[in-house]
Design a protein around this ligand. Structure first.
Ligand SMILES: [Zn+2]
Ligand SMILES: [Zn+2]
Length: 179
């Protein structure tokens, strides 16, 4: 899956200020053809960022666009998306919250994390995580996701933290968050 294009970002920005958008509104505001507007909105629907409605798109339900764990706005740079067995997608603001949410649930189909370097979505079970680096995008302790261990190791050299797989990082966060 690719990261968002400039146009897709523009559409996301438009929809954050309103409830729904028609293909025609998007076409006019972004200055693209109807076919392109349609293609871009389809991509956003597939990523689970907006809902499809006749003739356009609408914002996801409010509860879906806020983090299921801590309630903050979803940061597209760090988002962690979980698909439940009933196919409903829920989102967490970052890997920190996403991994915490995952650890006490068994009704999960798939989970996707955002690659810190490339902004692409990746299978959360195969990702490498950097815990407690100096870079804090969202929740504390910071957890960043990488598709390659080499990238994660390289990042740690410059910004500290530890490289972990999903099981190890989940245990570590849950320990750190215990009261
Ligand atoms: Zn959160
Ligand atoms: Zn967060």
């Amino acid at each position: 899956m690719k990261s968002l294009s400039i146009r897709q970002r523009e559409i996301m920005k438009m929809i954050s200020q309103t409830e729904s958008l028609t293909i025609d509104q998007i076409r006019k505001t972004v200055g693209i053809s109807p076919a392109t507007a349609y293609r871009e909105t389809q991509a956003l629907v597939q990523l689970g960022l907006v809902s499809k409605i006749p003739g356009g798109i609408s914002k996801l339900e409010h509860s879906v666009s806020l983090c299921i764990q801590c309630g903050r706005d979803i940061n597209p740079r760090a988002a962690f998306i979980i698909e439940q067995k009933d196919r409903i997608r829920i989102s967490a603001c970052c890997a920190h919250c996403g991994l915490m949410a995952l650890s006490h649930r068994t009704d999960i189909n798939t989970a996707m994390a955002t690659d810190f370097f490339y902004g692409t979505m990746l299978n959360a079970r195969k990702a490498w995580y950097v815990l407690s680096s100096e870079v804090n995008l969202c929740c504390h302790p910071s957890v960043l996701s990488f598709s390659s261990k080499k990238d994660a190791d390289g990042f740690v050299k410059g910004f500290g933290g530890s490289v972990m797989d999903i099981g190890t990082v989940q245990n570590a966060i849950n320990k750190m968050m215990e009261l």
